[in-house]
Design a protein around this ligand. Structure first.
Ligand SMILES: Nc1ncnc2c1ncn2[C@@H]1O[C@H](COP(=O)(O)OP(=O)(O)O)[C@@H](O)[C@H]1O
Ligand SMILES: [Mg+2]
Length: 602
């Protein structure tokens, strides 16, 4: 065997036996692109980061066909000179990193490979105007050929256009999803970057239609972030969230997290930033989940926007080609910061959570740590006032009724004597007192009514005087359209209105003040989770639960005594009414004997 090999080697030209060759430049770029550019939104992310790094205060995005045929980013940043333009398409050419310092990185980009990578898998053209030279130039790549630099008519910043992404690598084209889905990914990328850059105006245009224009704030503080979150996440999020602020030695956390009642079927609406850089990191996601432990069902996900600031040596951001993941030097401390910070914020918001010994311990252990100086935005004095405004407990008044209905006392749930914190009803029974969570109780009643109506085929429906129009993502639209008949049986009369848009004409009469946008999206997620074979009767509880959840008497609403008693009487005749559909109790009973024991009277 060995002899034979030897013979063959001798026969052949030794030169041909050397197998290792250097890859051609274009192939190197395509490989790099394979890591960084997964879909149109990842190319868009690179362009946006470049505009941000160029100190733009206004960034316009234009895409067509979900970004597959065109992604164009126009900024008013500092632009490039003729020589910069010549360099920017070269591999590992960057203006952003000094001599070999990978620790103190203040820019979003630093690898110098985005533009050459994109240029190897698409046509690209870059126009740029430079303030110092007062000149404008254009460079372009078409069909893998670098064209001569020519004068440009641009008069401000830069305009980068990517045309026919992946046309050079058709294998990748096959993995792209529908235009609607790719558009949604692009929108997500803008959302994520816009949150951490409230001093930049962002606009988004899809197939020539303007989708949004988020104006910048001039001030640099937490209220600017809050204003931006209002634009990006909507009022609902800001109103049902609490501000987070927690500091440890060399790291600090700030942001907003949704109250446990604001929960989602997926973790899509969890946004994390490390030193203002958007990341999707498992440690951070896990820590957030930990913070909500016991406050939310396991299959529900909190909504959160969290900014973690940490000294540069405490984190390595260069562990992932698209810089989406990071590595913490001390992941345990980061986790504890997040768990404590979020938990404290939720508890301060008046939520009824048992304080955990471990959290108290953590607080003690870190109470004497120093504050770090380089927090990227000031949490100013207004913060506290703002926080107070969104506390249900501070808004509501205690409602006391002195005339206890003697007759009502004999009912199992007794007679309402007071409402506290706009959330809990206190009742007196013949042999004790009861504390009722009005929201949880009402949720259960609504759920049971819809379910019973569906099963008996006599669900009371109500026609909407003004039919509600809801625009959905393509994915959600598809699943809802497939389920129209099933949803009609549940009292939701829905019709297709336009592309990705539905109109709701009727809803179950028991639902009141429904947020249809959230409801329909939740139902769509429910169906997606269950898979294609959506069988309503098997998911009845969850769908009814969604409906109940989005229309029930929210915590924070004051009730009249008569309304409270009506609720109690309803509970008594509703099956399963001692727990809500999230498995939490709807009321807690204390017998007179228990109270006596507590006071040491027996
Ligand atoms: N919109 C822009 N405005 C100004 N300069 C830009 C812009 N886009 C790219 N550049 C320049 O091109 C260089 C290369 O960009 P890129 O390939 O994304 O690498 P990196 O961002 O990692 O430096 C950047 O360092 C920057 O100097
Ligand atoms: Mg870059």
């Amino acid at each position: 065997m060995q002899l034979r090999l030897l013979k063959r080697t001798q026969q052949k030209d030794l030169k041909n036996m050397n197998l290792i060759k250097k890859l051609p430049e274009n192939l190197i770029n395509q490989i790099a692109a394979g890591e960084v550019i997964e879909r149109p939104s990842s190319a868009l992310k690179e362009l946006l980061e470049n505009s941000i790094d160029a100190d733009a205060s206004k960034i316009e995005v234009y895409i067509t066909d979900g970004g597959k045929t065109l992604i164009e980013v126009v900024d008013n940043g500092k632009g490039m000179t003729f020589d910069d333009l010549k360099m920017c398409l070269e591999r590992h050419a960057t203006s952003k990193i000094g001599d070999g310092d990978l620790v103190n990185i203040n820019s979003l980009g630093f690898r110098g490979e985005a533009l050459p990578s994109i240029g190897s898998i698409a046509d690209i053209s870059i126009d740029s105007y430079n303030n110092f030279t007062n000149e404008a130039w254009k460079i372009s790549v078409t069909n893998n050929t670098l064209n001569r630099i020519e004068p440009s008519i641009i008069r401000d910043g830069s305009k980068v256009a990517i045309i026919d992404l992946f046309s050079k690598v058709p294998a990748r084209l096959k993995f792209l999803k529908t235009n609607g889905t790719e558009t949604r990914h692009c929108r997500e990328v803008i959302k994520h970057l816009a949150m951490s850059h409230p001093n930049i105006t962002f606009s988004f245009n899809v197939d020539v239609k303007k989708i949004f224009n988020w104006e910048k704030s001039e001030e640099v503080n937490f209220s600017a972030i809050k204003k931006r979150l209002m634009q990006v996440m909507g009022n609902d999020f800001v109103e049902s969230s609490v501000s987070v602020e927690e500091t440890r030695a060399n790291m600090s956390l700030a942001g907003m997290v949704g109250m446990p009642t604001l929960n989602r079927n997926t973790g899509r609406e969890q946004y994390f930033f490390v030193n203002n850089r958007p990341v999707k990191d498992r440690n951070l996601i896990g820590a957030l989940r930990g913070a909500y432990k016991g406050l939310m069902e396991n299959n529900r996900f909190p909504v959160a926007v969290l900014f973690l600031d940490i000294i540069p040596s405490g984190v390595d951001i260069n562990v992932h080609p698209a810089k989406a993941e990071v590595r913490f030097k001390d992941a345990g401390r980061v986790r504890s910061l997040i768990v404590t910070g979020v938990r404290t914020a939720l508890e301060n918001a008046g939520l009824n959570t048992a304080s955990e010994i471990s959290n108290q311990l953590l607080n003690k252990m870190h109470s004497n740590s120093e504050y770090i100086n380089n927090i990227s935005f000031n949490t100013n004095d207004n913060l506290e006032i703002d926080t107070l405004q969104i506390l249900p407990s501070s808004r509501s008044t205690t409602n006391v009724n002195n005339e206890v209905g003697e007759k009502e006392k004999t009912y199992p749930l007794g007679s309402a004597i007071a409402q506290t914190h706009g959330t809990y009803i206190i009742t007196e029974t013949t042999d004790g007192i009861i504390l009722v969570d009005q929201h949880a109780a009402h949720e259960r009643i609504v759920l049971e009514k819809i379910r019973a109506g569906f099963l008996d085929n006599n669900l009371q429906k109500q026609i909407l005087l003004l039919p509600e129009i809801v625009e959905l993502s393509e994915e959600h639209f598809e699943v809802i359209v497939k389920s129209l008949d099933q949803l009609a049986k549940l009292g939701l009369e829905i019709e297709v209105f336009d592309k990705n848009t539905i109109v709701i004409r009727e809803h179950p009469a028991i639902l009141d003040k429904v947020n249809f946008f959230i409801l329909i999206n939740d139902i769509a997620e429910e169906i997606i989770q269950f898979g294609n074979e959506f069988i309503l009767s098997e998911r009845l509880d969850n769908i009814c639960g969604n409906m109940a959840c989005h229309s029930s008497v929210r915590a924070g609403r004051s009730l009249l005594t008569s309304e409270m008693n009506a609720l109690l009487r309803e509970m008594e005749v509703t099956p399963n009414s001692s727990q809500c559909n999230h498995g939490r109790p709807t009321f807690i009973k204390l017998s007179k004997k228990d109270i006596e024991k507590l006071f040491g009277r027996t």
